[in-house]
Design a protein around this ligand. Structure first.
Ligand code: NAD
Length: 484
């Protein structure tokens, strides 16, 4: 943390651009050069109080607008984002290290997400329940008021914007807190909503975990939606318990990809690389299939194909069109991922490729995509979320053992099954403990598919109608008719 600098950005509270009230900032570092590219305010509790007051003031009028009017505004935001798409993508590539293919995909996806939720607004409806001729009940969906929306670093613009769409469409005002290492595109979002949404409807508050904790602990923020790691999610739940808040959590994953003996090893290897999201985010993805469980009979062919593809990926400047993988997002995370590579080595896994900064790169948080084979279930790289370009390959020959191994982690976010046998595919899909299972895919899914975690991977569903409805409370109104 430093004091004010020339490149300091401001946060967006109640339609105004403000610094932190104590003047502190957090430097934004370009992970490809390790050089500062700006600074964002480090909001204190007093700043969060100010944002909550602005959001509360704006809430009644925003809730009272017709949903069609809110939808028009969200669609206009989507148009503005589309117009600024290339600039936004470049900003995330610079601030977060995402290769252009990844950051452009994020912006495109965000536009679609805004349009999707704009179209769903009329679904925030209720029911009429049968009773007797003189008594029946209706249900009505009402917004919570102020929603705290806390997002992680890995898809900065996509999460800041896409995850604000549903709470806004449901008629809530929002306090958005981006991750401290990748806040620049969320502040650019604020510029795009300025003069579009009424002041106080969307507030962007920057700062570290403590800023997020102040939002979660604030008594006037009744609904918290958190995307981040399991330990942070636990802390959020603990704080929220004090105020009995409605909390949804989208947390980490250690997702299995199962390759049966009848799957083509080369196609499965290509899907494993795509499903790791190496080219989108260097494996910094909650959905990455970072544990690959290959049938022993295909293991050698699979590992040969996997190593070939991975070694052909180009690591370098995220703003270079030819780059497949940029740097990891920030230094502390880079060190953490390198720590897992070291743990894999020292615990006896076989390093097939990667494991270090490529020779042609002398600075930046770069890591060559890394494959470990002969991984054993007790190893740290088998159990803990690495959130980087590190794949752990196991082999198996008994289906029961494979299912046990696949489910033997605290997480349960996604899973991926490769086989040509429809019976095996569905049998396995039923038994894997994961919120989303792909069959012969690489993790991509149609828009509107509910997404959420089993076990410690989270509470609640997003990306679907469930998400929109989760930002409403249902009120039952009982009607009694009397003769006079
Ligand atoms: P993180 O938990 O460190 O931080 C996420 C956000 O929460 C940041 O804005 C941070 O400042 C804030 N924060 C941290 N502690 C907090 C607290 N106690 N109270 C309130 N706010 C707090 O996560 P990260 O390292 O930024 O992101 C990586 C994690 O996010 C991985 O575990 C990844 O799997 C997960 N993730 C999950 C999904 C999903 O949809 N399930 C999507 C993306 C990322």
């Amino acid at each position: 943390m430093t004091t004010t600098t020339a490149t300091e950005r401001r946060m967006f509270i109640g339609g105004a651009w403000v610094g932190a009230n104590d003047g502190t900032t957090i430097e934004s570092i370009d992970p490809s050069t390790e050089e500062p590219i700006g600074a964002v305010p480090s909001a204190s509790e007093a700043d969060v109080d100010r944002a909550v007051a602005a959001a509360r003031e704006a809430a009644p009028a925003w809730a009272a607008t017709a949903w069609t009017e809110r939808a028009d505004l969200i669609r206009e935001l989507a148009r503005r984002i589309d117009d600024a798409a290339e600039e936004l993508a470049r900003l995330d590539s610079r601030d977060g290290g995402l290769p252009l293919a990844g950051s452009r995909g994020d912006v495109r996806g965000t536009v679609r997400e805004l349009e999707y939720f704009a179209g769903l607004g009329g679904e925030t409806k209720g029911d009429t329940l049968p009773g007797t001729p003189s008594q029946w009940a209706t249900t009505h969906r009402e917004p919570y008021g102020v929603v705290g929306r806390i997002v992680p670093f890995n898809h900065p613009f996509k999460f800041a914007t896409g995850k604000s769409a549903a709470p806004l469409m449901a008629g809530n005002t929002v306090i958005l807190k981006p991750a401290e290492h990748t806040s620049l595109s969320a502040l650019r979002l604020a510029e795009l909503v300025e003069n579009l949404l009424p002041p106080g409807v969307l507030n962007v508050v920057t700062g570290p975990a403590a800023t997020g904790a102040a939002i979660v602990g604030h008594p006037d923020v009744p609904r918290i939606a958190f995307t981040g790691s399991v330990p942070s999610g636990r802390a959020v739940l603990r704080t929220a318990a004090e105020h009995i808040k409605h909390v949804t959590l989208e947390l980490g994953g250690k997702n299995p990809m199962v390759v049966f003996d009848d799957a083509d090893p080369a196609r499965a290897a290509a899907a494993a690389v795509a499903g790791m999201n190496l080219r989108r985010s260097m494996g910094q993805s909650c959905q990455s299939n970072s544990r690959i469980l290959v049938h022993r009979s295909s293991k050698d062919a699979f590992l040969d194909a996997l190593t070939d593809i991975v070694e052909g990926l180009r690591v370098g400047d995220p703003l270079d069109e030819a780059t497949d993988l940029g740097p990891l997002a920030f230094e502390q995370h880079y060190e953490r991922v390198l720590g897992y590579v070291e743990a894999g080595r020292s615990e006896g896994a076989r390093l097939l490729t990667g494991g270090r900064r490529p020779d042609h790169l002398t600075r930046g948080y770069y890591l060559a995509p890394t494959v470990f084979a002969d991984v054993q279930p007790g190893m740290r790289i088998a159990r803990e979320e690495i959130f980087g370009p590190v794949m752990s390959v196991f082999d198996w020959d008994d289906e029961e053992d494979m299912i046990r191994l696949a489910n033997d982690v605290e997480y349960g976010l996604t899973a991926n099954i490769w086989t040509n046998d429809v019976h095996r595919a569905h049998r396995t899909a039923q038994r894997l403990q994961a919120g989303t299972v792909s069959i012969n895919g690489e993790g991509r899914k149609p828009i509107g598919t509910p997404f959420g975690g089993y076990k410690h991977s989270g509470i609640g569903l997003e990306g679907s109608l469930d998400e929109l409805l989760s930002y409403t409370r249902s009120k039952s109104v009982v009607v009694n008719l009397h003769d006079n």
